[in-house]
Each structure stands twice: as C-alpha cells, then as structure tokens.
Design a protein around this ligand. Structure first.
Ligand SMILES: [Zn+2]
Length: 371
C-alpha cells in the first residue's frame, strides 16, 4: 500500500511479524494478523468457496508484494535502501532506511502503482487471448482468477493513487508540494486530506455497515496522523544539536552523599535525576526510581554511590538531534548526560526534546499564519 520511513525509537512492529523470505536482499515479513485474515477467509467461505477465496487473496497479496518491491527497487536504484517489507491485511509497507528527497519520493511512490498497472495490462491481455473476459455478474464468485486479478490490480493502482496520506498518491502530492513548500507543510496538507478522507470513509462505512470500510478508514486516519506527527517532529529536529535542547541548569550530587540529602533535593527542587560525581569525574546517575528503591532497602543514611546507575547514557553536545532521539526507548527514558570535551555540560531527557518540538512548532505555526 505504501512505503514509509524508519521511525525513531522502539520497533514494536517486528514482534508481531516474521520473516518468510528475502528478495534481492530485502527481508519480506508477514504480520500475524495477515495469517489470521487468510485463515478467517478460508474458514468463513465454507469447504468449497473458502479454499478458492484463500487462493485469490493469496494471489492478490503476491500482487501487493510486487507493488512494494516496485517501491523498493526504484528506491534502491536511487540509492535509498529498504529495511524490510511487511504484509498486513490491508496492504503492504516498504520500510525505507533513509529519507528520500522530494524528486526521489516522487519516483519511488509512483513505482508501486505502476507495477499494478503493468500487471493489470498483462492480465487483460491474458484474458483477451484466452477469451475468458466475460461480463461480471454476481460478484467475485462468477469471475475467473485472471479476471479477478485484473480487477484487483486496477483497484490497487487507483486506490493507491488517491492523493491522501498514507496512500502513495499522498506521497506524490507531498513530493510535488515539497518542490515549493517545506516538508512539514506539505505533509500537513497531504495528511489533512488523508484524515478528511478517512472520516468520510468511516461515515460511509457506518451507514452502510461496511466493517471493512470502517477498518480501512481507521488505518488511513492513523497512518495519516502518524506521518504528520513524525514529519513535523523530524523537520523541527533537523539541523539542531543536543546542546540546543539540553538542560544547562542542573545539580550534581557527590557519590559520598546520603540518600536522604538526595531525597531532599528531589522534594525541594524540580530535578528528578542527578549525575553522580567524585570531584570532576562523573561516576553514574541517580534516578528517582533508584533513589526510592535505595531508601526502601537501605534507608536514608545509605550512600548515593551504592544506588546510582553506573551505566549511563552519554553523548557529545554536538550530536544531531535526529540521532539523539534514538537514545531514548520506551524501556529506557533515563536522561542522557551531555559532554563537551569530557566535561559534563548538560542533561537531556525525552521531555526536553518534546518541549523543544512543541515550542518550535508553536513558533512555526505563528509564521505560517495569514500574511
Ligand atoms: Zn505503495
């Protein structure tokens, strides 16, 4: 259905999908919901219809896979690598490793639907040659497999060219807008159209009790929203370094201090995590949760040195922010200690980064107003 870029942070997708093949060096993964989907179709169709329906769905997904490979191969030709391709019940996603420029994105996005158009022409020629093109009546049951695939590929090409995120057409639109507008603005426009479309689809689905339509509407809405957020955040982070967001007013605590003195600072100040020092040397970090654990276990007179985390995250003040966000994962949100020539000059948490994004976004919205 679409190609997307690697998002920063944790990668939860992989837990729910497994690799089934590797094509031209690109891992092909199948999401477990897709297997459930195939099984559901197989079972719900009964003993006779279910099997042929499963074959048709599997064949359509081969076409979806070819669509994604279309994206991936054109991307490869342009020097953009694809990390993997994952198949979901509502389509496939080719995960690109880096960010294409607008002209690259234009070509990469068009490649997928182009594959489906070529396949549609091939199936059309085949059905013509074998005279199996008969008028469609009574739904999919009465059409042959090549005919059904002709229709499916035409649908895939048309559906994906809808100019709204997260469809390929939305990327084409963004790339075209990106030639004149900023990436964030282009994404907001293409994403906004996607969200509006999703709401309309959802309403139609609600009134016609079309559950598949409602499901698609949900995925389109979520996909569009995520793309807007990620792009806006990334465009704000772009060009900034860690020292732009780090806290510079912070306290350190001596390794020989007591846990009670650390507790007092947490209570009477706003800082939650403290770099632990011995003279000029940074030994570790005392987080609030470790402090609480230490107080509960060893009492208030215990030394900070005994409860600090010796393994702490550190980074150079010059580190680009796009790289720095990768240091924070869902399981490890502890602050990063920022050094400049071996000297501790700041601390940065995910909160610092999100505040920075929020305030910079507010500034850019101010500029984007009328006039
Ligand atoms: Zn696509």
């Amino acid at each position: 259905m679409s190609q997307t870029r690697k998002q920063s942070g944790t990668d939860g997708r992989q837990a729910w999908s497994f690799r089934v093949a590797t094509i031209v060096g690109i891992p092909i993964r199948i999401h477990f919901t897709f297997i459930l989907f195939l099984a559901w179709i197989g079972l719900s169709g009964g003993s006779s219809g279910g099997a042929s329906m499963s074959i048709l769905v599997a064949a359509i997904f081969v076409c979806v896979l070819l669509h994604e490979l279309g994206h991936a191969l054109v991307a490869k030709k342009l020097g953009v690598l694809t990390r993997d391709i994952t198949l979901y019940p509502i389509g496939g996603v080719a995960m690109l490793d880096s960010k294409p420029t607008p002209p690259q994105e234009l070509k990469i996005s068009l490649a997928g639907p182009a594959v489906n158009l070529v396949l549609a022409v091939l199936f059309f020629v085949y059905t013509q040659a074998t005279h199996s093109l008969v008028p469609v009546k009574g739904g999919l049951q009465s059409v042959s497999l090549p005919q059904a695939l002709l229709i499916a590929n035409l649908t895939l090409a048309v559906f994906n060219m809808i100019p709204a995120f997260p469809m390929d057409g939305g990327r084409v639109l963004r790339a075209a807008l990106g030639l004149r507008l900023s990436e964030a603005r282009s994404t907001q426009i293409a994403g906004g159209i996607g969200q509006a479309l999703a709401v309309m689809l959802g309403i139609v689905g609600l009134f016609t009790q079309g559950y598949v339509l409602m499901l698609i509407a949900f995925f389109v809405f979520v996909g569009a929203s995520q793309e807007i957020q990620a792009t806006v955040a990334r465009s704000i982070l772009h060009g900034h370094i860690l020292s732009d967001v780090m806290q510079t007013s912070f306290e350190t605590i001596a390794s020989g201090a007591s846990l009670q003195s650390a507790a007092n600072r947490v209570i009477h100040g706003t800082q939650r995590d403290f770099p632990v020092t011995n003279g000029d040397e940074v030994l570790g970090i005392l987080t609030r949760s470790q402090l609480a654990l230490g107080l509960a276990t060893d009492g208030e007179t215990a030394y900070v040195a005994g409860w600090m985390e010796r393994k702490f995250k550190s980074a150079n003040a010059e580190m680009p922010l796009e790289e720095a966000v990768e240091l924070f994962t869902q399981s490890d949100t502890a602050p990063v200690l920022v050094f400049e020539e071996e000297r501790l000059i700041g601390m940065a948490s995910l909160e610092n980064i999100s505040q920075f994004v929020m305030l910079e976004h507010a500034k850019s919205r101010g500029h984007a107003g009328p006039g």
